[in-house]
Design a protein. Structure first.
Length: 155
C-alpha cells in the first residue's frame, strides 16, 4: 500500500544562552552532524532550513525559542531517528543546552505526501496540541494517530 501522507514534526527549544555563547558551543558545533544524520536516516523526507543549512535563525515563537521542523515517512521512522540513532545522545543531554518547557514542545501531524509545511503551520499545530491535547490533527509520540487514509479504513 502506498502512503498518501507523510509525518510532519515541529519541536521548539529555549536555549540557555545565545547560540554563539559558550553554553551553546557544543550543541552548535554538532548541529550540522546531527542534521546530516537525520538526512541519512531511513524514512527521512525533508527538513526546514535557511541558507545556513539549519533553522536556528527562525524565531516564530519569540527571540528566546528556536524551532526544528521536518517531514518523515511515518512515526516509526522518526522515532527510530530520535530514540535509536546517534541523536539520542544529544537528546539525553538537552538540559545542558535548553531550558525546561512546561508545555508541549514537540508536535506531530500528517501532511499529504509531497507537502512541505510552513513554520506558521507547525506553530499552529503545536498551539493546537497545547490547547486541546492530542488528536488526529496534532499529536505526540506517546499518543500517535494513524494517517487519515488508515484511520478512515479502521473506522
Amino acid at each position: 500500500m502506498t502512503m498518501a501522507h507523510e509525518l510532519a514534526q515541529l519541536n521548539v527549544a529555549a536555549p540557555r544562552g545565545p547560540l554563539d555563547s559558550g553554553v551553546m558551543a557544543e550543541f552548535m558545533a554538532n548541529l550540522e552532524r546531527i542534521n546530516a544524520l537525520a538526512e541519512a536516516s531511513p524514512g527521512f523526507v525533508w527538513r526546514l532550513q535557511t541558507d545556513d543549512g539549519n533553522a536556528t535563525a527562525l524565531r516564530p515563537m519569540g527571540d528566546d525559542v528556536i524551532v526544528n521542523m521536518s517531514v518523515w515517512r511515518d512515526v516509526a521512522a522518526l522515532s527510530d531517528y530520535v530514540h535509536k540513532s546517534g541523536h539520542v545522545e544529544y537528546l539525553k543531554r538537552r538540559r545542558e543546552w535548553f531550558e525546561r518547557i512546561a508545555e508541549a514542545y514537540v508536535v506531530l501531524w500528517w501532511v499529504p505526501k509531497g507537502h512541505r509545511p510552513t513554520v506558521e503551520e507547525g506553530v499552529a499545530r503545536l498551539l493546537m496540541l497545547r490547547e486541546r491535547g492530542p488528536g488526529p490533527e496534532a499529536f505526540t509520540f506517546r499518543n500517535a494517530f494513524a494517517p487519515p487514509a488508515l484511520a478512515a479504513e479502521r473506522a
